[in-house]
Design a protein around this ligand. Structure first.
Ligand code: SME
Length: 152
C-alpha cells in the first residue's frame, strides 16, 4: 500500500508541474515533448516514454525519450495499434505474450498504452511507455497517464 501511495504522490507532483509547463504554448508537439521528458526522467521504471501520431493512416514516431524507436509502426499490429482500434488504455504485464507485439527494443518487458482522443472522439495518437520490469504498470499509472495526456 505504501508503494501505491508513493506512486500517487509522485504522479500528483508531476501533474502539477506539467499543468504549469503546458501553459507556455498550445503547440501539441511542444506539450508532448515536455510530457515525455518529465515523465521519463521522474519515473525510474520508465525505459521508453513517448508518442506515436496518426498521420494519413500511419502511426509515426513523435516526441520521445529513451532508446531509438521504430519510426513507423506496421499497420494493425502490436500494442499501439490495439490502442488506436479499441480507443482504450491497454496495460501489458508481459509484452512477450501480447500477440503481434512490436519490439522496438528487446529489453522492454511490460508496457502501457494510452490513446489520445480528440473532441470528436477520434484517436489522433498514442502515449506509449515501456519498462524493463515485468508487470510495471497498474491502474494508478492508467488513471494518471490518462489525466496527463488531457493536458496536450
Ligand atoms: N511495442 C509497441 C511499439 C512501440 S515501442 O514499444 C516504442 C507496439 O507493440 O506497438
Amino acid at each position: 500500500m505504501a508503494d501505491k501511495e508513493n506512486l500517487e504522490k509522485r504522479y500528483k507532483r508531476i501533474y502539477d508541474q506539467l499543468r504549469e509547463l503546458v501553459l507556455k504554448t498550445e503547440n501539441k508537439i511542444a506539450r508532448m515533448a515536455t510530457i515525455a521528458a518529465i515523465l521519463h526522467h521522474k519515473m525510474a521504471q520508465f525505459f521508453w516514454t513517448g508518442f506515436y501520431i496518426l498521420i494519413d493512416g500511419e502511426l509515426i514516431i513523435g516526441p520521445y525519450q529513451g532508446p531509438l524507436a521504430c519510426q513507423i509502426l506496421e499497420k494493425e499490429k502490436g500494442v499501439c495499434w490495439a490502442g488506436v482500434t479499441s480507443k482504450k488504455t491497454i496495460i501489458v504485464p508481459d509484452v512477450h505474450k501480447f500477440p503481434g507485439h512490436v519490439a522496438c527494443d528487446s529489453r522492454s518487458n511490460s508496457e502501457i498504452l494510452v490513446p489520445l482522443i480528440d473532441k470528436e472522439n477520434q484517436v489522433w495518437g498514442v502515449l506509449d511507455v515501456d519498462s524493463r520490469k515485468f508487470d510495471a504498470f497498474s491502474d494508478v499509472d492508467k488513471d494518471w497517464l490518462e489525466k496527463i495526456v488531457k493536458l496536450i
